[in-house]
Write a protein that binds this ligand. Structure first.
Ligand code: ZN
Length: 173
């Protein structure tokens, strides 16, 4: 359960398993930040013999709490449904070339809020979209918004987050 600076992981999956374990035990929800870089990208630029292991998936990856960041209203997004409250929690991992493993570069697991109880259904994986959200998504579908945009909207407005990357729009249509 503990995550410490300097800790090594043989694969991204090993780290994700730990995150998933924390999620199921304390209902902590960490999502991958936008500034992450993939092994694929990095390897395509490498000229020598060295290649990062595919299992590392990322050469740089940041996990943040879904409650991170100040919510910036974008058009019709409903502020009231946002979960963002500036939580400082983050875990940064970097691929180490010497051992070809992921290493924890920085970590802060002090949330500035209590973890919601699963039964409260704050997170979408714990619940279905509520009626207002369903209407909102249906409206976007009716407007012909690209699926990618709708997913981004769901993710930023309702914190459905990157942990459900393949959010299935058929659920709401
Ligand atoms: Zn948090």
């Amino acid at each position: 359960m503990e995550i410490q600076v300097g800790q090594f992981f043989d694969s991204f999956k090993d780290f994700k398993d730990l995150i998933n374990q924390r999620e199921s035990e304390i209902n902590e929800k960490l999502v991958i930040g936008k500034s992450s870089h993939s092994v694929q990208q990095a390897n395509s630029r490498l000229k020598g013999k060295f290649r990062y292991k595919d299992d590392l998936v990322y050469t740089n990856v940041t996990f943040r709490c879904v409650h991170e960041g100040n919510f910036i209203s974008s058009g019709n997004a409903k502020q009231s449904t946002s979960l963002r409250n500036g939580c400082p929690v983050l875990v940064k991992l970097r691929a180490d070339k010497v051992v070809n493993k992921l290493q924890v570069a920085s970590v802060n697991l002090q949330h500035n809020h209590a973890m919601p109880d699963k039964k409260d259904g704050v997170y979408v994986s714990d619940r279905k979209l509520n009626t207002a959200e369903e209407n909102d998504v249906t409206r976007l579908i009716d407007l012909g918004a690209p699926v990618r945009k709708i997913q981004a909207h769901i993710s930023s407005s309702y914190a459905l987050a990157a942990c459900i990357p393949e959010y299935d729009l058929r659920q709401v249509t």
